[in-house]
Design a binder for this molecule. Structure first.
Ligand code: SAM
Ligand code: SF4
Length: 330
């Protein structure tokens, strides 16, 4: 359905857990993070009910995220149940890739259409540092496995971080030369407990683009017309098999074309990534509400989706967004 600002809202990101097997420094605090208890998180049945109702309002695409979605037990059966919802055209997944080698084949068979894998360094030591303990080789094996079972195009999410991976931008970009991957550079956002630090290490995508272009010109993918893929502006290095995506939430606002809603693991519908104004769906469901009431709550939330977020301003932002990215789902 259309929201109050004439945007078609057709995409729901579902965080299936707030737990994660990594602790990326820009996403989660090192310690002191309180995690949801078992009864606080939505059961798979509850998520299925919400998605079934959401498709009636026009949702056609669902992305599973987290926390780390692959750490939640029963995910494959849940995906197979989601797949049975006829009007759902696409189910995608965002993962840190640590468990992907193990799950890739079953994810593909269960009906995941596409996968995004987060990877912020190609250096094992640096990867371990930024994720507070992750093993780069597991992720690389996961990517290869996802490729070999047939996922395409694979998208690699790279959060650009000043003083950390700015010396690896070209190495990442070059991955798109010989593989049909889309390498997506994501600007760091001031969300939750890590907001203060993120401000210090923010790196703009204009800088990234400049670095790549000084090596090889970036060409628009569709002739002279700029291609967009969701919030990403998409380019190509000459004669590359894959693409470069720039997701510039801080420097190039894309609220005007936002088509998404987010469902948090504790059952709150979040209509804007950076606004803590949420609609609680879990309580009414657990109090026995009817599907029609649930549908009205979702429709009202869509209708009231704010026109834009004050996303350019780190100061303003920090005061508004209390949740950590790991509990929102990215
Ligand atoms: N654990 C999975 C993963 O890392 O892909 C899925 C959840 S994670 C929250 C989803 C995406 O959000 C990842 O690509 C991650 O790099 C990104 N992310 C987390 N914190 C961020 C921040 N403060 N600014 C920008 N992107 C962020
Ligand atoms: Fe976990 Fe993903 Fe957040 Fe890293 S970005 S801590 S992998 S949820």
């Amino acid at each position: 359905m259309l929201d109050n600002h004439n945007r078609e809202i057709n995409y729901l990101r579902v965080s299936v857990t707030d737990r994660c097997n990594l602790r990326c420094v820009y996403c989660m605090p090192k310690e002191g993070l309180s995690l949801l208890g078992h009864k606080d998180i939505l059961s798979y049945e509850e998520i299925l009910r919400i998605v079934n109702v959401a498709v009636k309002t026009g949702i056609v695409k669902v992305r599973l995220t987290g926390g780390e979605p692959l750490v939640r037990r029963g995910l494959i059966d849940f995906i197979a149940s989601l797949r049975k919802i006829e009007s759902l055209q696409e189910i995608t997944l965002t993962t840190n890739g640590i468990l992907l080698e193990h799950f890739a084949e079953r994810l593909f068979q269960a009906g995941i259409n596409r996968i995004n894998i987060s990877l912020d360094s190609l250096n094992p030591g640096k990867y371990r540092d930024i994720t507070r303990g992750g093993d780069l080789h597991k992720v690389l094996r996961g990517i290869e496995k996802a490729d070999s079972v047939g996922f395409s195009p694979i998208k690699i999410n790279v959060v650009a971080i000043k003083g950390f991976n700015d010396d690896e931008i070209l190495d990442f970009a070059k991955l798109s030369m010989s593989k049909p991957y889309q390498i997506r550079f994501i600007e760091l956002m001031p969300i939750g407990d890590t907001a203060d630090n993120n401000q210090q290490i923010y790196l703009s995508n204009d800088t990234i683009r400049g670095k790549i272009s000084s090596f090889i010109p970036l060409e628009p993918v569709n002739g002279n017309r700029e291609k967009t893929d969701g919030p990403a502006r998409v380019y190509k290095m000459r004669s590359a098999m894959g693409e470069i995506g720039l997701i510039s939430a801080m420097s190039h606002e894309f609220c005007e074309s936002c088509n998404r809603l987010r469902l948090t693991a504790d059952g709150h519908l979040r209509v804007c990534l950076v606004s803590d104004d949420e609609v609680d769906l879990k309580s009414p469901m657990r109090a026995g509400c009817r599907d029609s009431e649930l549908e009205n709550l979702i429709k009202k939330a869509i209708f009231d989706k704010p026109k834009r977020a004050d996303i350019h301003c780190y100061e303003h932002q920090r005061k508004k967004c209390v949740r950590n990215m790991s509990s929102i789902g990215g």
